[in-house]
Design a protein around this ligand. Structure first.
Ligand code: NAP
Length: 222
C-alpha cells in the first residue's frame, strides 16, 4: 500500500483529494499547521473506510515539514503521490508598489522553500518505488500576475518554474510532475471548480501522466 501526502490539507480541496485517492486505495497523510484539525479530518475519513493520519507542520518551517513527511512514511508507507496545496495567507496579497523585500519572505518560504523541501524529502522514496506523482496546485496568479496580489504572483511564478524543471528532469524516471491552476475561487457546486470535481481532475492528471500545466477553468475566471 502506498501513500498520498497532502501538504495543506483542509476541509476544501485537501479533504476532497483525500477522499478521491483514499477510495482508490491510497493511505492518506494529511499535513497542516494544526494537529487537531488534521486529526479531526483523519477521523472523519476513517469513518468512510479510508486510512488517514494527521501530521502537523508549518510549510514555512522546512525542518518541521521534512520531519512530518518522514513520520508519514514511517507510519503509513512510502509516499507515491505528493500534493502541495496549502492555502496562501492573506497578507501575501499586497499591492505591488506596497510590497517590500521583507513582504516577499513569507510568500517565497511558502511557495518555493516549502515545495523544494517536500520534494527533496519524498524523492528518494519515489525513486525506490520506481514511480511517483508530484502535484502542485496554484491560483490563476501563477499564470497571470495580479497587481494587488504581488506576493503570491511572484512566488507562484517561481513555484511554477520549479515544478516545470522537475517535470522535464524526472519524466524519464517514471515520476510525473504536474500543476493544476485554478483560476478564480474554488466553489462548491461549480461545474469545474467544486472541490470533488477538482479532486477528480487531479486524479486524472495522476492517471494520464502527460503535460505539466493543466487548467481547472478558463483563465478569464482569474
Ligand atoms: N480556495 C480557493 O478559492 C482557491 C482558489 C484558487 C486556488 N486555490 C488553491 O487550492 C489549494 C487550497 O485549497 P482550499 O482553499 O480548498 O484549501 P483546503 O484544502 O480546505 O485547506 C488548505 C489548508 O492549508 C493549510 N495551511 C495554510 N497555511 C499553511 C502553512 N503555512 N503550513 C501548513 N499548512 C498550511 C490550512 O490548514 P492549517 O490552518 O491547519 O495550517 C488549510 O486548512 C491551494 O493550492 C490554493 O492555492 C484555492
Amino acid at each position: 500500500m502506498t501513500t498520498i501526502a497532502i501538504i495543506g490539507a483542509g476541509p476544501g480541496l485537501g479533504a476532497a483529494v483525500a477522499r478521491q485517492f483514499g477510495r482508490a486505495g491510497f493511505d492518506v497523510a494529511l499535513i497542516s499547521r494544526s494537529h487537531e484539525r488534521v486529526n479531526g479530518l483523519a477521523a472523519h475519513l476513517a469513518g468512510e473506510g479510508i486510512t488517514a493520519r494527521g501530521f502537523a507542520a508549518d510549510v514555512r518551517d522546512t525542518k518541521a515539514l521534512a520531519t512530518a513527511l518522514d513520520a508519514a512514511t514511517a507510519t503509513l508507507g512510502p509516499v507515491e503521490v505528493l500534493q502541495y496545496s496549502p492555502v496562501p495567507h492573506r497578507d501575501f496579497m499586497r499591492p505591488v508598489l506596497e510590497t517590500t523585500p521583507a513582504d516577499l519572505a513569507g510568500p517565497i518560504e511558502f511557495s518555493v522553500y516549502g515545495p523544494v523541501a517536500a520534494v527533496q524529502q519524498v524523492l528518494p522514496g519515489m525513486r525506490d518505488l520506481g514511480r511517483g506523482t508530484i502535484l502542485f496546485v496554484n491560483g490563476g496568479t501563477a499564470v497571470v500576475p495580479h497587481p494587488d496580489r504581488a506576493g503570491t504572483s511572484i512566488a507562484f511564478a517561481a513555484e511554477s518554474a520549479y515544478g516545470h524543471l522537475l517535470h522535464d528532469t524526472l519524466s524519464g524516471e517514471g515520476i510525473h510532475v504536474a500543476q493544476l491552476v485554478i483560476p478564480g475561487a474554488i466553489t462548491p457546486g461549480h461545474r469545474r471548480k467544486d472541490p470533488a470535481v477538482l479532486a477528480d481532475t487531479l486524479w486524472g492528471m495522476h492517471q494520464d501522466r502527460h503535460g505539466f500545466r493543466h487548467f481547472a477553468d478558463d483563465l478569464e475566471a482569474v
